[in-house]
Design a protein around this ligand. Structure first.
Ligand SMILES: Cc1ncc(C[n+]2csc(CCOP(=O)(O)OP(=O)(O)O)c2C)c(N)n1
Length: 607
């Protein structure tokens, strides 16, 4: 026996019956005549049974300061979607239509890395979640908070036909559990309210990560019970290293002759970048930034340092530090690791990397641990040590200067080549961007990080955490949407293979006037895999002739300018002659400054 029907819309008549009363009149006014007769057309009965629960759900999302709702629309969360549009007036959150759930999540990823907080992402619990998975895994591996709400018809008696069964799961989050921090499938509205707030709290507690809440489709249409209240959010202070650990690390670092700081996701916020500078300057130690975020300004004199010569390595939210630790052991150097990764881990996916045999392992958030560490280092630094630090810092600065000069020389090779060298492309872009407020939101191309002057946190947000192809385009557009209200010019150097995964992201950029300059790195191949193929074939002493057959994206060449134009994004190209770049970039920046996206198709050297 099914549970008693809840008050709200009678969904049997919603799907099959005739519209009645005021709702019928409204529908007749709004629906074209042809659309009123088909069997699949839903009809309505007026719901005069009180305030829909989904309005209350939207109040919760508002309390969590959700600026946007990214989604491909679906009936299972229609209650929420309708409330966002009609109850919230499509503001906070604003509905942003995405043409694939992978786009919704990747956009949320880029947004979160700029804004430092999640947006609401809604999807069907089955087919939508299935589409969303790779992007979710990218976010999981990258420690990015994603807030996913999955519509599901939990109660079998509420499933009104074949499609409802196809779109329902007994445990929708089973699919995602290996790469989400937490999930729930609330059984009541009060339960939903607590879980919705709890989910936000968990997503935002380092190590940050994706969370998922299932929302019963029927529950959204129930009446909100009197007295329902939105729970207060309290995000915990991030876990910092204890004072004993801080004292020990500071002592080791101050005594070291050649300490090096290794950072992967050390800076979580703009303040974190400032703390990294304070730490490096207090020690006059070099910083090796593996750039999963902008952990250190690229032209700071202490940007650099040699891990191979360090006597103490301080790894802050380091990625793969097992090798560093192994080599350090061989020369009796010490490795200290501070990371929140030890505080939460799942078993199945292997993003935790090889076991690192470090000398001291601190389970804490690096950024939160830095203020006390810097203070203790300053306290322990005597005048003679300060002088030794100064000399060491001067050496790092000298090496840093030489590295920049070398990068400039390296970049000049093939300057006039056609297709365009990616170094030339980077420098042409820099010439136009350097005096603007810019944000390099994505790209494989490493030249900007070697050549440009990155000083602010938002100027670089790393790559796809799990290196999933299909991240760059939507994540960069999500980041650019976040950058919009700050008046920044977002730039992506967009690989061609990546854009082909989810080109519909361009339409979203056009529809919502996302100001982003998308410059194609159109090498007409899946070049990363070309390189692996070359390696395999050469190892076997076999032919490279069929490279294009297996890994090419040319013949036919993809016309990315037309692709963009077809979706309302202004564009130029294809450009193969580097002399044509400057004018196109100028044109593009002018369009972006007007608040719109622009794509320049540049045919480039492979990387
Ligand atoms: C979802 C997914 N499928 C396949 C791969 C394997 N892969 C890694 S790089 C790459 C090529 C990407 O091509 P493109 O985006 O054009 O960049 P390029 O390597 O040419 O610079 C592929 C297919 C992957 N990382 N992710």
């Amino acid at each position: 026996m099914g549970k008693p029907r809840k008050p709200g819309v009678d969904r049997r008549s919603f799907l099959t019956g005739a519209a009645t009363g005021a709702a019928a009149a409204l529908l007749a006014k709004q629906t074209p005549a042809a659309a009123q007769t088909g069997p699949a057309e839903p009809s309505v009965q007026a719901n005069d049974r009180g305030r829909p629960a989904s309005d209350f759900m939207v109040d919760i999302f508002k309390s969590l300061d959700m600026e946007y709702m990214f989604s491909m629309c679906a009936s299972s969360f229609m209650g929420i979607h309708e409330s966002v549009l009609n109850y919230a007036g499509n503001k906070s959150p604003q509905s942003i239509t995405c043409t694939h759930e992978e786009i919704s999540v990747a956009m949320a990823n880029g947004y979160a890395k700029i804004e430092g907080k999640p947006v609401l992402v809604c999807a069907h619990a089955t087919v939508g979640a299935q589409h969303a998975t790779m992007a979710l895994y990218d976010a999981w591996a990258d420690r990015v908070p994603i807030y996913l709400v999955l519509g599901n018809t939990n109660d079998a008696v509420d499933r009104q036909g074949e499609v409802f069964w196809l779109h329902s799961a007994q445990d929708p989050c089973a699919l995602l559990r290996d790469f989400t921090k937490w999930d729930d499938n609330p059984a009541s509205l009060t339960h939903f309210a607590e879980s919705a707030v709890r989910a936000y709290k968990i997503a935002m507690t380092p190590p940050m990560g994706p969370v998922a809440i299932v929302v019963d489709e029927e529950m959204q249409h129930e009446a909100t019970p009197p007295g329902a209240r939105v729970p207060t959010l309290n995000v915990p202070t991030p876990p910092a290293a204890d004072s004993g650990a801080i004292a020990e690390i500071a002592k080791l670092l101050v005594a070291a002759e050649n300490p090096v700081i290794l950072a992967s996701r050390a800076a979580r916020t703009p303040a974190g970048l400032g703390l990294m500078v304070d730490l490096a300057e207090a020690l006059q130690a070099g910083v090796v930034d593996s750039r999963r975020r902008l952990n250190f300004p690229t032209r700071h004199p202490l940007n650099g340092g040699s891990l191979g010569q360090a006597d103490v390595v301080l790894a802050l939210e380091g990625g793969d530090i097992a090798n560093v630790a192994r080599q350090a052991r061989q020369r009796n150097a010490k490795v200290v690791s501070i990371t929140a990764q030890h505080l939460f881990q799942r078993s199945n996916y292997q993003d935790f990397q090889r076991y690192a045999e470090v000398d001291m392992s601190v389970a804490a958030d690096a950024e939160a641990s830095l203020p006390a560490l810097i203070e203790e280092i300053r306290r322990l630094t005597t005048d003679p040590r300060r002088e030794a630090f100064r000399q060491r810092g001067a050496h790092v600065a000298e090496a840093n200067k030489r590295a920049l000069e070398q990068a400039r020389v390296d970049a000049s090779h093939g300057w006039d080549a056609s297709p365009v060298s990616t170094a030339r492309l980077s420098m042409e872009l820099w010439a136009h961007l350097k005096d603007e407020d810019w944000s390099y939101v994505t790209g494989w191309v490493n030249w900007p990080l070697r050549l440009w002057d990155f000083t602010q946190y938002h100027q670089y947000i790393g790559r796809a955490g799990a290196e999933g192809v299909g991240y760059h385009a939507p994540a960069s557009i999500g980041a650019a949407l976040a950058n919009k209200k700050h008046g920044r010019i977002s730039l992506s150097i967009q690989p061609d293979g990546d854009l082909m995964v989810a080109p519909g992201a361009l339409w979203t950029a056009a529809k919502y006037q996302v100001p982003i300059l998308i410059v194609m790195q159109n090498n007409r191949a899946y070049h990363q895999e070309v390189m692996w193929f070359q390696r395999a074939a050469l190892m076997r002493k076999r032919s490279l002739e069929r490279t294009q057959d297996g890994f090419g994206l040319g013949d036919p060449n993809i016309d990315f300018a037309k692709l963009a134009a077809s979706m309302g994004v202004g564009s130029s190209g294809p450009i193969s002659d580097p002399k044509d770049l400057s004018a196109a970039i100028r044109r593009g920046i002018d369009v972006v400054k007007r608040g719109e996206p622009y794509l320049i198709d540049v045919v480039t050297q492979p990387r």
